[in-house]
Design a protein around this ligand. Structure first.
Ligand code: FAD
Length: 484
């Protein structure tokens, strides 16, 4: 990792001196290992050259950082847990940017059980927030594979979705209020916990999903839910995604909003998870081309969910929709099934080169998307191996085909744009999106310009210009061109 010597951690310069004066030595990160963890991305390799890494511990200190950067004409990139998958949380290679880590801002400010809300700082780790809510007898429902590292600020800035979005919605539905440092250094105090508020534009939604390009989130009011007291986990094996959709329809009709998660998994994902991740079980005796893992949960104590899930399964068997299945009979067995699902992203990372797509289409179009995208990719890339999993109930599939066996990785990588175009054309033609939950960042920036209608892009540029006229926050991410 390279550093600018004139004002980076190894050097002096007005930037470092002024930051040191307001943040103190603990507010500047010089430890190379810590810096490496903040500048290396989880999956793809994005070059990253921060001018300086700062770690303020309060909203006031974030304001001071923003004001110093604005006065010196230095842009900055906010970062939480650095688990983002689009390069949006890393400084750009060709820019002199300050990396602003929110990790020291990790306090829970308050929990209000009557309002079912919790006020937390942006650097709180998602898993800690979930545990704190649980300790208070409530659920904070956002659940991602990265929960042990990602932060609430990052979840907000990426509008994270995850496994429970089917029932509780993505982060946008879980945030009631925000506190944000603006590009001119002012603090916007939108920490409201109002279920109803129609007094003008709902400003918080501008920042949710903005990937750090419009403001720095310093705290949030989160919406809590009732803690589920009974749950049932079922995994079925089936022939194709159409059968998966039929099973989803059956479960939703029977369980309504109690259906919390409904994940589609292609067989190859299970094989890959078992190859790379220890203690991943093969869930059924036979092998099936596709699987669906579903979770049903209710606040009722000791509710019998196994009975009704079994009835739904028997009806699906009769209808020829499912081939085999298992209903977890213990928490341990349920955890085993979920471990399988959660192991897939890491296992695929270890497996090697793949084309990654995080698309969404209307739920009813998921099978068509998988079929048509695989057909078109197979025609262009003979030997390509389908690899699809994800949030069937949200119409959000992680569609990550693997390279043909024995093919050179370099050849494969050189054709990434072509594979993306084929896949995203199919998704968009079906009324879908090129990024359902990971966001745009650098990864999908050029494609966003290609696929978004010009009116959408104009509105986005207008917002950026209005909120960040000097392009201080995360320049070059999401929008490729500086708004004119
Ligand atoms: P970072 O990576 O640090 O930053 C991400 C973006 O947010 C950047 O643009 C950054 O500038 C901005 N940002 C961070 N903090 C702030 C702040 N305080 N104010 C303003 N901007 C800020 N995503 C899903 O939606 N669903 C999943 O199921 C899912 N699973 C994942 C599984 C794994 C194993 C991994 C590694 C990632 C997964 N993700 C998933 C990606 C997801 O975007 C992140 O895990 C998470 O939401 C990012 O949080 P973070 O704190 O790590 O943010």
């Amino acid at each position: 990792m390279k550093m600018k010597s004139h004002s980076g951690p190894q050097g002096g310069g007005p930037l470092r001196d002024q930051m040191l004066a307001v943040l103190g030595p603990r507010g500047i990160v010089d430890d190379p290992l810590q810096i490496e963890s903040m500048t290396k991305s989880w999956r793809d390799s994005w070059e990253s050259i921060p001018l300086l890494v700062v770690q303020p511990q309060s909203a006031e200190e974030v304001q001071a950082v923003v004001r110093i950067c604005a006065a010196l004409g230095v842009s900055l990139v906010a970062q939480g847990g650095n688990t983002g998958l689009t390069g949006a949380g890393l400084p750009s290679a060709d820019r002199n940017e300050v990396l602003l880590s929110l990790r020291r801002m990790n306090r829970t400010r308050s929990i209000d059980l009557d309002s079912d809300t919790m006020v937390v700082e942006a650097g709180c780790i998602l898993e800690d927030v979930r545990n704190a809510a649980r300790a208070a007898g409530r659920l904070f429902p956002l659940l991602l594979g990265a929960q042990g590292s990602c932060t609430i600020g990052g979840n907000i800035a990426t509008n994270a979705g995850g496994i429970n979005a089917l029932r509780y919605g993505p982060m946008r539905d879980l945030v009631m209020g925000l506190e944000v440092v603006l590009a001119d250094g002012r603090l916007w105090d939108g920490l409201k916990s109002l279920r109803k508020d129609n007094a003008g534009y709902d400003l918080k939604h501008l920042f949710i999903g903005s990937e750090g390009t419009l403001g720095i989130v310093t705290a949030a009011v989160l919406k809590l839910s009732t803690l589920p007291r009974s749950s049932g986990t079922a995994l079925v094996g089936l022939d194709n995604p159409e059968a998966g959709l039929a099973w989803f329809r059956r479960l939703r009709t029977r369980f309504s909003e109690q259906l919390t998660a409904c994940e589609l998994i292609e067989r190859v994902c299970i094989d890959t998870a078992r190859k790379h991740i220890p203690n991943v079980v093969d869930p059924l005796d036979g092998r099936y081309p596709w699987y669906v893992l579903a979770e049903i949960a209710t606040a009722e104590e000791r509710a019998d969910l196994e009975g009704p899930i079994g009835e739904a399964f028997a009806a699906a068997l009769d209808a020829g929709e499912v081939s085999d299945g298992v209903i977890a009979s213990s928490i341990t067995q349920s955890n085993e099934l979920w471990r399988l699902r959660e192991a897939i992203p890491d296992a695929q990372r270890q497996e090697g080169v793949s084309f990654k797509h995080d698309i969404s289409v209307p739920v009813s179009k998921v099978p068509e998307f998988i079929r048509v995208a695989n057909e078109k990719l197979s025609a262009a890339f003979p030997g390509i191996r389908s690899f699809a999993f994800g949030h069937l109930g949200d119409g959000n599939i992680h569609f990550n085909p693997l390279q043909a066996a024995g093919e050179a990785a370099s050849l494969w990588k050189s054709r990434l744009d072509e594979a993306n175009r084929i896949t995203h054309d199919v998704a968009v033609a079906l009324g879908g999106s090129i990024t359902a939950e990971h966001g745009v960042g650098l990864l999908r920036r050029e494609e966003l310009s290609f696929y978004k209608p010009s009116v959408d892009l104009d509105l986005m540029r207008s917002l950026k210009r209005a909120l960040d006229p000097y392009n201080l926050f995360n320049p070059g991410k999401v929008l490729s061109k500086w708004p004119t």
